[in-house]
Design a protein around this ligand. Sequence first.
Ligand code: IPM
Ligand code: MN
Length: 365
Amino acid sequence: GRKYRIVVLPGDGIGPEISKVALDVLRCLGPEEGIEFEFQEKLLGGAAIDAVGDPLPDDTLEACKDSDAVLLAAIGGYKWDNNEPCLRPERGLLGLRAGMGVFANLRPAIVLPQLVDSSTLKREVAEGVDIMVVRELTGGIYFGQPKGFGKNSDGEPIAFNTEVYSVSEIDRIARVAFEIARKRRGELCSIDKSNVLEASQLWRQVVTDVGKDYPDVKLTHMLVDNAAMQLIRDPKQFDTIVTNNIFGDILSDEASMLTGSIGMLPSASVKTSGPGLFEPIHGSAPDIAGQDKANPLAMILSAAMLLKYGLGEKQAAERIEKAVTITLDNGFRTGDIMAPGKKLVGCTAMGEQVIKALQAIERVY
Ligand code: IPM
Ligand code: MN
């Protein structure tokens, strides 16, 4: 059988609870698919700050670079919110993304038929939404130099960051996005602020140039403020979106809420070759940590993305997605997606239901 080494980063808050559930799902799936997983747990974020005084310990980054794929739960919490910047959990996550070189962040926002009524949008607006946001993840204002604190010519304190993109950085993320759009509805919308920002002018030009290699994909451009509005007004007009790091951060949160709960959505961060990083879009939810209330489905679906995009194990990934669908069809809901007439379950029980569904599918094969 195939054998994969997976680094698991449970992180903080609800991270350990949802990690346990996702690993149980993978352990159940493995034998049926002829896949052997070797899991190695490492420290990241607040947990790593507490244990070794560093949000991204060297041995964590080395293990991740040396793995076949990385499964990350969530990092952060009130406890570290007042730490100095280099001792913040978020630093660990940004360092990991940059250190692994995973420049393409794929964030699907799909309104599942079972959860249409969890959306805050009207049924006719939300029903059938299926968007893939491709976010550039290792460049732009998050990493641009110069940045920092200083003083202006009047001696007044200032702070500054730099939005910077090179042609090659835009070229490679555009190619990932065109490839994805080609396998979907064949429509790519590039989102920028080219009416104001030079970095966005270059973005638009390079994406347009790359588009010449993809004549089968319909490319459009949209300004980010308009896009923020269009996502709420008529989300179904979007198929695949490509955008820079910070616009992608903001728009993917907005897109995720079209679906009703951020607790449902996975993400994949990949590069052209080498291990990818797979994590739910949601955070560490410290307010419900340790209470067995968290929705583990985004984490389980992140494991599915790991199989599909990280290991090329499409059939195994689809089995997990099917099991999640069956679990929702059977009426099980965590608090974030609870609705009248449904069965309220906690994190562990939701995981058990997914495993039950997984086993039911396996018996059919
Ligand atoms: C995300 C998060 C991170 C980001 C933070 C925690 C650094 O919001 O994954 O979207 O801004 O990228
Ligand atoms: Mn974010």
